[in-house]
Ligand binder design. Structure first.
Ligand code: ATP
Ligand SMILES: Cc1cn([C@H]2C[C@H](O)[C@@H](COP(=O)(O)O)O2)c(=O)[nH]c1=O
Length: 200
């Protein structure tokens, strides 16, 4: 079973992901960008304010392809529970917004384009927990240290997440990330426990 945590920078994904490790000691905990050399390339691009949006999309997507074949697919084939801090929805929402800001880079609908390039090879999560937070609080919590962690940009990322939730309501569970860390953890734990029970 593949479970993903999604949301804006600073929404609390990593805080929750770390807490879940105690609860599910046998699960595979992973994340995107990964710690591979593909992930290193992604982090170089994050630091480059002038990175080409399409080139950046393909760097993230290369990292995803490697993540799938090296980590996700083997774990799922073993029948394990995989919990990923960010996954393909981050690409749909963030690179969709970056391409949109670059006048669509000649694409009619950047978000749909990013979804489409994943279709032939990616694996859809069984459950995606979306930590919903307003862009201003997200940017403040994240510390506004890179080009993505700015409220204006995060507002368009959030709009894209809303589109993704609307098109796939059965896969997503929305959690109010303005709550205390304890309340967020409890809501995520409840959603995950229900999904794990249902899968048995
Ligand atoms: N529910 C919460 N209320 C207030 N602060 C929180 C909450 N959850 C996490 N934080 C704090 O917000 C900051 C960002 O949290 P965290 O790193 O978990 O977010 P994230 O979604 O993983 O961010 P990023 O995507 O940028 O890595 C941290 O300082 C963390 O302690
Ligand atoms: C997977 C992925 C991530 N991003 C962005 C989101 C963050 O601003 C950075 C790094 O992620 P972290 O969780 O803060 O370490 O990358 C993205 O734009 N597209 C993606 O596919």
């Amino acid at each position: 079973m593949l479970v993903t945590l999604e949301g804006l920078d600073g929404s609390g994904k990593t805080t929750v992901w770390e807490a879940l490790q105690e609860r599910y000691p046998d699960a595979v905990f992973t994340r995107e960008p990964t710690n591979s050399w593909y992930g290193d390339a992604v982090y170089r691009s994050i630091e480059d304010d002038d990175a080409d949006p399409l080139a950046e999309l393909f760097l993230y997507t290369a990292d995803h392809a490697d993540h799938l074949s090296r980590v996700i697919e083997p774990a799922l084939e073993r029948g394990g529970l995989v919990i990923s801090d960010r996954y393909s929805d981050s690409r749909f929402a963030y690179q969709g917004a970056t391409l949109e800001a670059a006048d669509g880079h000649g694409l009619a609908d950047p978000l749909e384009y990013v979804v489409d390039i994943h279709r032939p090879f990616s694996i859809e999560p069984d459950l995606t927990i979306y930590l919903d937070l307003d862009p201003e609080t997200a940017a403040a919590r994240a510390g506004t240290t890179n080009k993505f962690e700015r409220a204006e940009y995060l507002a368009s990322v959030r709009d894209n997440y809303e589109r993704l939730l609307e098109r796939d309501p059965d896969r997503f569970v929305r959690v109010d990330a303005t709550q205390s860390p304890e309340a967020v953890r409890e809501a995520v734990t409840d959603a995950l426990a229900a999904a794990v029970d249902e899968s048995h």
